[in-house]
Design a binder for this molecule. Sequence first.
Ligand SMILES: [Cu+2]
Length: 264
Amino acid sequence: MNGRLPIAKMLAATVALTAAISAVMLSINWNGQQASTAAPKIDDLLNIMIVLSSFVFALVMVMLFYALWKYKAKPGDESDGEPIHGNTRLEVAWTLIPTIIVLFAAGYSWVVLDEIESKDANPLTVDVFSQQFAWSFGYPGKGNVWSQGELHVPLGRQVQFKMHSQDVIHSFWVPEWRIKKDNVPGITTTAIVTPDRAGTYQLICTELCGFGHAAMRAKVVVEPPAQFRKWVAGVKEKVPPPYMESIRQDTETNPVQPVGAGGA
Ligand SMILES: [Cu+2]
């Protein structure tokens, strides 16, 4: 390379471009309304990742356009470029900077995940049953009452969802809560949510699960605890035996199972 790079100017350009891209990207409300205690934490994490990505993009663009401008061949110049035999400073920089960014992102994500998955002393447990192409819900603490296509939860109390699939893999997603979790046959998966905004939302299956996947939705109602208690007291149906069986057959929660019955 002939001459020294204008490092200070390139850095200034990178910072300016990062700020410009970030300003545009952060002005967009990507995830929509927030309706759980986890939502602002997840949105903050996304915003930080957007700024970091903007920085990486800006850095690459500044170096690319500098190289295009500075080292452009003169018209008629058919000669080869100058051979380069490594550049220790450059190699240290392009190893160190991404390492720092990735380690920071990993550490920060770990902290957020730890916070949003921490369990309260007294959560409400709700069984989620998914099948092609419908959702239903059991309330084990409320006499195992069963609600089809409509999930009610109290406002401000942590809910622990225990998810069971009756057939293929589905995925539980209420966008306003931000939480997304796969429902896997034979395994109970758990999601923890503390809804902090009353209202009606939609539960969406977000794992392509067959022909009716796009229509696999359920109504979600977050309401004050008194109203929730009234609703749950009015539900008369009980979780049917095949659904209870899907909980018992869960090999993760109940590891001692007769293996091999029926063969593969
Ligand atoms: Cu599904």
